[in-house]
Structures are given as C-alpha cells and as structure tokens.
Design a protein around this ligand. Structure first.
Ligand code: DX5
Ligand code: ZN
Length: 222
C-alpha cells in the first residue's frame, strides 16, 4: 500500500469549495471534517453539503466525523457518497457493529483516536477496519502544532497492524507539513491529512507533490 495525501478542505475557502476541490485533483482523497459543536468545540458542515461535495469533487471524499452519536449518523454519510467514513472510537457505543454496517453500505471504514485515547483496546479488532486515524492534534481546529508525543502511538499502531496481518492503513491528521511528514512516515503512517500546509501554500499541486515525495522517501528508508 503506497502513500496517500489527503488535503483537508477545512482550510479551503468555504465560499469556493468546488474551486478548491479542483485545486487538489492530484491528491488521493479530499479530507472533509464534519464537526457538531458537541464532540468538538467547533461546527462545520453536514449531510447536504457533503452530498454536493461528493458530486462535484474530482477526488473521492475521506469524511472525518467529529460528532457525537456516530452510531446514528455515520451510515448517512456513507450513503451521501463518501468513499471513506471515519468515526471516533470515543463517540461510538458499538464500533464493530457500526464498522460492519458501513462496510455493508460499501465504504472504507476508519476509526479515529484522540491524542489521549489508547490504541490497545482496538488491537484484536483491527480486521474490522480499513484505517486507524491517529489524531496528532486535539480535534476541532486546523493550524495547530503537531503533538510529538503521538509518535509512539503511531509506531504501536503500525506494529499491531503488521502483527495482525490485516491490510489496515494508519492515517495521521493535525500539524502535518514538510517539517513533520518525514518523521511521521518513518513512524509508520501511510495516509496524511494536511489542511493549512496544502491550502496555505502558494502552489497547491506542488505542495501535494512535495509532501508525497518526503513521505515516500522517509517510509522507504525506515
Ligand atoms: C482538525 C481536523 C483536521 C484539520 C487539520 O480537527 O481534523 O483535518 O483540518 O488541519 P492542519 O493540517 O492545518 O493541522
Ligand atoms: Zn480531520
């Protein structure tokens, strides 16, 4: 499985989302942050907007749900046209049942962990998921600094996946930039979300290429 670069449209211009999705056509997925002002102290977009984004985006949508009651809401985002739906372990009361329901609808399933949530309870359940999202900032806002203390969890997550033999990706989200992506890739992540680094760059396609090249080089030499 190669490296995936998923720019976060949280840092795009919300009055020009179709244009800003067009700017990331060379990325692998568009990362869409859904926040409910309960699970996180911020509010973004909901189902009707995600449905339209899925219709106009040149790349598939990687939806990151930062919402309470994931069991109730996540399937609707899968049906709205997302290619991948990630819910937070802390917000799901029956994560395995939910993952199976999402797979039945036909999307890839991710399970996300806040920086303070351990990965160990998931170790025996890894085959139920396509991706583990290790949050590398506290979820809620773009533009925060990468939390170095999450690196050991990224390493332990990758080691547990390797031991399980299941084809599960490790996504990281928060503070990913040219300065941090090499270290994170060497720790075992293979899916990189970057919001401010991509949309704040003067040349967006060149930034995606640069992040991909740095991650590929670091993961090859690790
Ligand atoms: C934060 C979101 C991220 C955010 C990352 O809760 O989940 O996807 O857009 O932003 P950067 O890349 O600027 O840290
Ligand atoms: Zn996100």
């Amino acid at each position: 499985m190669g490296i995936l670069i998923n720019p976060s449209i949280l840092s795009a211009d919300f009055a020009n989302l179709e244009r800003d999705l067009g700017a990331i056509a060379r990325a692998d997925y568009a990362h869409v942050d859904v926040m409910d002002n309960h699970f996180v102290p911020n509010l973004t977009i909901g189902l009707p907007v995600v449905t339209r984004l899925a219709e106009v985006s040149p790349v598939p949508l990687d939806v990151h749900l930062m919402i309470d009651d994931a069991d109730r809401w996540a399937p609707a985002f899968a049906e709205a046209g997302a290619a991948s739906v990630t819910f937070h372990l802390e917000a799901a009361s029956a994560p395995v049942r939910l993952a199976r329901e999402l797979r039945r609808i036909g999307v890839k399933v991710g399970v996300a962990l806040r920086p303070g949530t351990a990965v160990e309870p998931l170790v025996d359940l890894l085959p139920e998921f396509d991706m583990v999202l290790v949050m590398t900032v506290e979820p809620g806002f773009g533009g925060q600094s990468f939390i170095e203390g999450t690196l050991p969890k990224i390493r332990r997550t990758r080691a547990a996946i390797t031991a399980s033999g299941a084809p599960v990706r490790v996504q990281v989200d928060g503070g990913v930039s040219r300065a941090t992506i090499g270290t994170i890739a060497a720790a075992g992540a293979d899916v990189f979300v970057a919001g401010s680094a991509v949309y704040g760059a003067p040349d967006i396609p060149a930034e995606i290429d640069a992040l991909r090249a740095l991650a590929e080089a670091a993961s090859r030499s690790s």
